[in-house]
Design a protein around this ligand. Sequence first.
Ligand code: FES
Ligand code: FES
Length: 168
Amino acid sequence: MSVEPEQVVDVSIVINGTECTASVPSRMLLSDFIRHEAGLTGTHVGCEHGVCGCCTVMIDGVSARSCLAFAVQCDGSEIRTVEDLAAVDDTLSPLQQAFHECHALQCGFCTPGFLMAITEFLDRNQRADLSETEVREAISGNLCRCTGYTSIVDAVLLAAKRMYGKED
Ligand code: FES
Ligand code: FES
């Protein structure tokens, strides 16, 4: 049985405001495009089958697992990755700062995925009075093997208070 050679396609994706164009195999995952073609290795790859959430990015404003999309599917899209969260002078975003202060990471492998999923959650729920239950539901699609999640929940609640209300 002969095997067809893999097709190569031109893909152009705007990542964090910069266009990245490359000729890539049609089966290249978006996560590999981001890491190997755009050189943005903040997006981590864990399970590569949609379970762990490490590879979460924003595709046209919506969080998504970049290991479950082919790069060619995102041709013409705008992607936001964890590298875009801090300001140009490297000032951390309120969420990143809260992660730092609450010790919401240990090895850090899962952190980019959590940050992207939670950034979308906070954008959609601009309230200082978020409940722990709401936050736990929001992060339920992301796995962490280190923290036990409590410190991550604390960080989200702190960030929400700072962003949308008054800090205690
Ligand atoms: Fe994409 Fe695990 S690497 S969900
Ligand atoms: Fe290690 Fe989450 S901090 S997996």
